[in-house]
Design a protein around this ligand. Structure first.
Ligand SMILES: Cc1cc2nc3c(=O)[nH]c(=O)nc-3n(C[C@H](O)[C@H](O)[C@H](O)COP(=O)(O)OP(=O)(O)OC[C@H]3O[C@@H](n4cnc5c(N)ncnc54)[C@H](O)[C@@H]3O)c2cc1C
Length: 429
């Protein structure tokens, strides 16, 4: 049973939200410290933001938590490469927010357009405002449409990036289906850092699986702005066995960096020449979601430096940044990492609100990749704050063995599925 004051607090929060959602500019009263009442706003209902909002309520039920997310339905990127390869329906990627609501989080179906850090206030697209004591930014990535000449939003409708799951995923899927047998698929991968370091190589693998089984005279060229990539030896060994002669990886030193795009002719231009594609998947450079830039928490790299203990911005106080938008040192930009960071950040915010000192933390990441439906590989790492960054603890992680029986690869493909079910149930269920 909630206390009388607890009920009143809930009612007043609802009133604030209701008027915010109704588009009425609202100035909420600042939280009164000492009465155990604080308001935390979390922007972005993805793996990082939805986890953080739920964990805050679990850590301290007296904290009022508002999750701001414009979409009623989240579309997950992990396993979206399997959608592109025709191995899974897009519906399997959709998740709603009922579970988050039931956990006691208020949901504002809004988009945040501005943040006034000094006033501790967020501004919604419809003109409404909401006060916070602490703010968590978890907006994920935005594509840098200014970074690759010729690649703008119109070009992305012809040569999809499919690096935000949804319409772009389906567009690439349809293009592969429409391509004639014997066609050339060209995929381009960006320089570090970017969302999901093994993602382009998993995508190349699963597209190769589709081509091998449905359009065997076709070919895939993977143009890369790097000379090395995540789980490289494992991917290359698997490609040799599963897709001999089908995938051509062109590294940076071999002229793999794409410097220009001509969408009209579906051409990717590199320093060494041009590649004409029947289907082109351009994965361009990225940066933190626009709201992080607007809040002033991103530096010149386009990403957000944070204190590795609390995830508080190094640039703006009382704002924390988690997930892909953050510069998390050696931690990769993954859903697993976003979820781990969100839990630590939520616990730290609850401690800070109670006036306690931050604790020592360790964070884990594991990234599974499918090379074929029954062939999985993984990399795992453990991270801790050191010298102002999250650094990898040596000898604590590892990758799948290079030599392994088929049964082990099959088991890892099953673990990948189980991981996705577990994380999505925990975050959205
Ligand atoms: C093809 C592909 C495969 C992947 N596979 C894996 C995998 O196997 N394992 C793994 O761990 N990771 C994987 N990833 C990476 C993973 O998807 C991301 O690292 C993860 O989604 C990051 O979580 P996030 O919460 O930071 O961002 P997101 O999950 O993108 O969530 C950001 C949310 O913020 C919202 N938002 C943005 N701006 C605003 C605003 N102004 N106001 C309100 N809301 C806003 C967005 O609508 C969105 O819902 C993959 C990625 C890709 C592209």
């Amino acid at each position: 049973m909630p206390s009388r004051s607890g009920t009143r607090r809930k009612a007043s929060r609802r009133a604030i939200l209701k008027s915010a959602l109704a588009g009425i500019a609202t100035l909420a009263a600042p939280p009164v410290l000492g009465q155990a009442k604080a308001h935390v706003i979390v922007i972005g209902g993805g793996f990082a933001g939805a986890t953080c909002a739920r964990r805050l309520k679990a850590a301290d039920g007296t904290i009022a938590v508002t999750l701001v997310e414009p979409n009623a339905r989240f579309t997950a990127c992990p396993f979206s490469n399997a959608v592109i390869a025709g191995l899974r329906p897009i519906e399997a990627q959709y998740f709603g927010y009922d579970g988050v609501k039931q956990a006691g989080v208020d949901i504002a179906g809004q988009i945040v357009v501005a943040i006034e850090a000094e006033a501790r206030q967020v501004h919604f697209a419809d003109g409404a405002r909401l006060d916070y004591q602490r703010l968590v930014l978890a907006p994920g990535i935005d594509i840098r449409f200014d970074a690759l000449p010729g690649y703008d939003q119109t070009a992305a409708e012809i040569m999809p990036h499919a690096w935000k799951a949804g319409a772009q995923t389906l567009l690439l899927r349809r293009q592969l289906e429409a391509m004639a047998d014997g066609g050339v698929v060209v995929l381009s991968a960006p320089a570090n850092p970017f969302r999901c370091p093994p993602g382009p190589y998993e995508r190349a693998s699963l597209i190769a699986y589709y081509l091998k089984t449905k359009k065997p005279r076709s070919k895939l060229i993977l143009l890369d702005a790097k000379d090395t990539f995540s789980k490289q030896r494992l991917f290359e060994a698997a490609w040799k066995t599963l897709y001999p002669g089908l995938i051509e990886w062109v590294p940076l030193s071999g002229g793999g960096r794409v410097i220009e795009i001509d969408a009209k002719t579906r051409t990717l231009v590199t320093e060494f020449g041009s590649h004409l594609a029947d289907v082109a998947n351009v994965i361009p450079p990225q940066r933190a979601g626009a709201v992080a830039i607007a809040a002033g928490v991103a530096d010149q790299t386009g990403w957000c430096p944070i204190d590795p203990h609390t995830f508080e911005s190094k640039l703006v106080p009382n704002i924390h940044v988690i997930g892909d938008a953050a510069i998390a040192g050696a931690m990769p930009k993954s859903a697993f990492a976003a979820n781990a960071q969100a839990k630590v950040c939520a616990d730290m915010i609850a401690s800070l609100i109670r006036g306690e000192d931050p604790r020592e933390v360790k964070l884990i990441n594991t990234c599974y990749s499918l090379v074929a439906p029954d062939y999985g590989i993984s990399v795992a790492g453990v991270y801790a704050p050191r010298d102002g960054l999250l650094t990898e603890i040596k000898e604590a992680g590892g990758v799948s063995p290079l030599e392994a029986p088929a049964a082990q690869r099959e088991a890892e493909a099953t673990y990948a599925q189980a991981w996705f079910q577990t994380i999505t149930r925990e975050v959205f269920g």
